[in-house]
Design a protein around this ligand. Structure first.
Ligand SMILES: [Zn+2]
Length: 446
């Protein structure tokens, strides 16, 4: 303990055992010990007292679209990871699509890493992609350190990342199961989407909602679970919106199928009823659904059916958010706002900061196998978010760090101001300003 360089005190430290007053000692960029609140500072250590500001483990956001290179005008590594740092997110995993090239071969992964290496403000890793024709690239990508593989079951929205039909899904999952990898799935059934009315030409959110019915999700998830059971494979359901799929996931988990699922801040905090006509900053796939559906998602977080809450930050340039729900790009930009957005709704529903840390840090770290992330405990990286849980602010998109100042949260008043962010013992953001760049590229198992 005597070699600690930093001691951070708070009356509200969020540890795996819950919230308590404590002093967290940091040595060599890791948590050395969690001590009593009044523990003496080791000689030479910087003694920092946060008062009543809460000390949370840095958030782990395993669902971020950075689009760099190729569509860097939508989002780039520097801007996205600055937004992450300012928002208390210390680890980001980048999705394999919307950049050109997509992360579907080891050579493409190297292109992505080269673009990110000098730019990242937080720790950054990559998912690989499973698309038609790249089954032979999956094992080499796994060996190169991607955290798992994303696939779509319906059109992704970009032509360089096609979906898998059932035969190709079976082939890819078999391949991934052979090295006990993880398949993460955008689960909407293409047949149900094709049969639904098109939202083309409509400014009405109800028309968009009708075009992505809940059955599209449940009818994609059911066969995915069957396949995971048959192949004894690990699968993860991305951005679950339809509460009707929750019983399927709960039953599968109870029967030993290795399935996990996430939901997103927008599904937990925004409702279909409140989306104004033409407000395509609220468009994402699957869609934000009604308030009753949202209540069921919260219940599923509370009972563990849902494992984590991650942003699905998927921005684009403002001109692509035309006021036509059929044509506008689908994706919600929220990387910097996930913690206050979720906390604002969580506190109203009687949940604690420890719950939020479990959903937004511990859960995603476990999903990705990030053993050194996701908790304030000895041996973990000293990644922290300092949050004033009672303070409020009104979202002004112009003050956010992501590249294009568009977000569905504009004008909302949120509880929880991120005062500072620490990455491996280094201060990287303070009061919204990104002050340091200590981010590293990370790889599975490293
Ligand atoms: Zn996504």
């Amino acid at each position: 303990m005597t070699d600690a360089e930093l001691l951070i005190r708070s009356t509200r430290v969020i540890t795996p055992e819950g919230q308590r007053p404590a002093a967290v000692a940091v040595a060599g960029g890791r948590v050395a010990a969690v001590l009593p609140h009044d523990a003496p500072a080791p000689p030479g250590a910087h003694d920092l007292d946060l008062g009543t500001d809460a000390l949370l483990p840095g958030l782990v956001d395993t669902h971020v679209h950075i689009n760099d290179p190729g569509r860097a005008e939508w989002e780039g590594f520097a801007t996205a990871t600055r937004a992450a740092a300012a928002g208390g997110v210390t680890t980001v995993l980048d999705m394999p699509l919307n950049s050109v090239p997509p992360t579907t071969t080891p050579a493409h992964l190297e292109v992505k890493r080269r673009a990110a290496r000098e730019a990242t403000h937080v720790d950054l890793g990559f998912w690989g992609g499973a698309i038609p024709g790249n089954a032979a690239d999956l094992a080499p990508l796994h060996a190169e350190g991607v955290f798992g593989f994303k696939c779509f079951l319906s059109p992704s929205g970009v032509e360089e990342f096609p979906e898998l039909d059932h035969a190709r899904l079976t082939e890819a999952l078999g391949e991934i199961a052979a090295f006990d990898g993880l398949l993460i799935v955008h689960a909407e059934d293409p047949g149900h989407l094709a049969a639904a009315p098109s939202p083309e030409g409509s400014r009405r959110y109800a028309d968009f909602l009708a075009s992505r019915p809940p059955a599209a999700e449940t009818e994609a998830i059911a066969p995915l679970i069957d396949l995971a059971r048959r192949l004894d494979a690990r699968v993860h359901v991305l951005h679950l919106s339809a509460a009707g799929a929750l019983p399927l996931i709960a039953e599968a988990k109870a029967s030993g199928v290795r399935v996990t699922a996430e939901t997103c801040p927008h599904f937990l905090t925004l409702t279909a009823e409140e989306v104004p006509d033409g407000a395509t900053e609220f468009k994402c796939c699957p869609p934000i659904r009604e308030a009753a559906n949202q209540d069921a998602l919260w219940a599923a977080l509370a009972d563990g059916t849902l494992d984590c809450v991650v942003s699905d930050h998927s921005p684009c340039t403002a001109d692509l958010k035309v006021p036509d729900f059929g044509v506008a790009w689908g994706g919600i930009a929220s990387l910097q706002l996930g913690l206050p957005a979720v906390w604002t709704a969580a506190r109203r529903r009687g949940h604690t900061l420890a719950d939020v840390a479990r959903w937004m840090s511990t859960g995603p770290a476990r999903l990705a196998g990030l053993d050194r992330k996701g908790a304030i405990a000895p041996g973990k990286d000293a990644d922290f978010a300092v949050l004033d849980p009672e303070a409020t602010f009104t979202v002004d998109p112009a003050t956010l760090h992501h590249r294009n100042p568009v977000t569905a949260y504009a004008g909302r008043t949120l509880h929880g101001v991120v005062r500072a962010t620490w990455l491996r013992g280094a201060l990287v953001a303070e009061d919204g300003d990104v002050t340091g760049r200590a981010g590293r590229l990370i790889a599975r198992g490293a």
